[in-house]
Design a protein around this ligand. Structure first.
Ligand SMILES: [Zn+2]
Length: 452
């Protein structure tokens, strides 16, 4: 009976962890400082890679007394991890902090830039992953009565694995949609009356399109009430979020995480335009890209340097994530005291490119294309150099019933692109269905100049 009472109390609680998620700011900061010292000491004592790095910089665990001391600790870059791996203890190299027998999980990064980084986790680390994801799902309204369909090809990438375990942990019923094709997945959602789903924004749109165009099924009638998106910034781009929400008649929430880091942020049910950083588990620092100065003020973009406090096998300490983020000013109406980043992850320092001397972020183009209802969800951007001049080609698809309006759509698109990105584009229209579709993360941006 007592168990039942606790269960009822928890079910109606908006927070997965009511203590940590509403802790006063001062106490959160104290907790972060203490937890940072602990993981730093752990890495220093158990990994040659970390010890060498910190010794060379003249930093020892006893030196850390304030956040200013933390800001001075050397960062870890992905390229450093790529360099030390595939050596003993194979295949992780000397950043491994536990005996190899304690490693129970292997995942790797998707390797878009160079060799993939291998990520070992112990069973305790893996439980930590699902605990982090439990914060996300609970904040987004997942409850034990939900039947969660996970349409993702369970493989070597971490993606929704931890989402699966967390959904089980909070008491949902989980349907692993593994190696089924898109049509079979849709039929399974219909047959089982699934209520929630997780996936990349690209695939959530692709599924909706397949249901409507190939199967004659209106996805908004399938009964999906909530969707958690990750892997791409789409769910924080209002026009993309709106497209997914209206296609499925569901609430769409964003989450940003990474293989080397963990599940560090989540949008809550208030949907106030930002993602909460799980500050009980992570320290996020925002660094000015030009000066290296730490940014505390809201609304100023910089790159994220992040520490995971509780990940033990291969610690993540001041990892240079290359993600561009900024702090959000106002506290969230949901009551969480964890700070928010405004508009989610805004891009990556790798992705932002200079065209005709102007900084261009692929996310800005997506925001424009997806806000024009006459265009489909798909688009392609090709940047090239023609006779010493940068040229941007944008390929888009017209919705079948909008073909006659192509001139008006072109004018509207060109005007919005100029307004939002300060650049001119060569716009090409394709028939609906002609551009490639993607089942996980999309490759829509091709900078041919980088290959020369
Ligand atoms: Zn909130």
């Amino acid at each position: 009976m007592a168990d039942q009472k606790i269960f009822e109390l928890q079910k109606n609680n908006p927070f997965w962890n009511p203590v940590l998620e509403t802790l006063e700011r001062e106490r959160i900061r104290l907790l972060q400082l203490e937890k940072f010292k602990k993981i730093f000491q752990w890495a220093y004592d158990h990994s040659n890679f970390h010890k060498k790095l910190y010794k060379a910089a003249g930093v020892e665990p006893g030196d850390i007394k304030s956040f200013d001391d933390i800001h001075r600790i050397p960062k870890v870059e992905k390229s450093m991890m790529q360099k030390i791996q595939r050596k003993d203890p194979f295949p992780y190299g000397d950043a491994l902090c536990v005996p190899i027998e304690e490693v129970t999980e292997f995942r790797q990064t998707s390797g878009t830039t160079g060799n993939p980084v291998y990520q070992p986790d112990t069973w305790q680390d893996w439980e930590w992953w699902s605990e982090c994801w439990s914060y996300i799902l609970w904040a987004q309204g997942y409850r034990p009565h939900d039947r969660v369909f996970i349409p993702f090809g369970y493989n070597i990438f971490v993606a929704f694995w931890a989402g699966h375990y967390a959904a089980e942990k909070i008491g949902c019923e989980v349907v692993p949609g593994g190696v089924l094709d898109t049509e079979t997945r849709i039929l399974k959602i219909q047959e089982l009356k699934a209520t929630a789903m997780m996936g990349t924004p690209t695939y959530m749109l692709n599924m909706a399109e397949t249901a409507a165009d190939k199967m004659g099924i209106d996805p908004s009638n399938l009964g999906i009430k909530r969707i958690t998106c990750a892997g791409e910034p789409g769910a924080s781009i209002p026009a993309t979020k709106h497209r997914i929400e209206s296609a499925w008649d569901a609430l769409v929430y964003d989450h940003a995480g990474a293989t080397e880091i963990g599940a560090w942020s989540y949008e809550c049910q208030a949907q106030s335009g930002g993602l909460h950083v799980n500050e009980a588990f992570f320290l996020v620092e925002i660094e000015d890209i030009e000066t290296g100065e730490i940014i505390e003020a809201p609304d100023r973009q910089g790159k994220m340097i992040i520490t995971a406090f509780d990940r033990t096998a291969q610690p993540c300490i001041r990892f240079d994530s290359k993600d561009i983020i900024m702090w959000k000013k106002d506290p969230c109406p949901c009551g969480r005291s964890f700070r928010q980043i405004k508009g989610g992850v805004l891009g990556r320092t790798d992705d932002i490119t200079k065209v005709k001397g102007v900084l261009l972020s692929p996310a800005a183009i997506e925001a424009v294309v997806r806000a024009i209802p006459e265009l489909s969800n798909e688009y392609q951007v090709i940047v090239d150099k023609i006779q010493d001049h940068d040229n941007i080609e944008l390929n888009v698809e017209l919705m079948p019933d909008c073909v006659r309006n192509d001139k008006a759509v072109k004018t509207k698109l060109a005007k919005q692109l100029r307004l939002k990105t300060n650049l001119g584009y060569k716009i090409k229209f394709y028939d609906y269905g002609q551009l490639p579709r993607f089942s996980v993360k999309a490759k829509r941006f091709n900078d041919k100049r980088k290959k020369i």
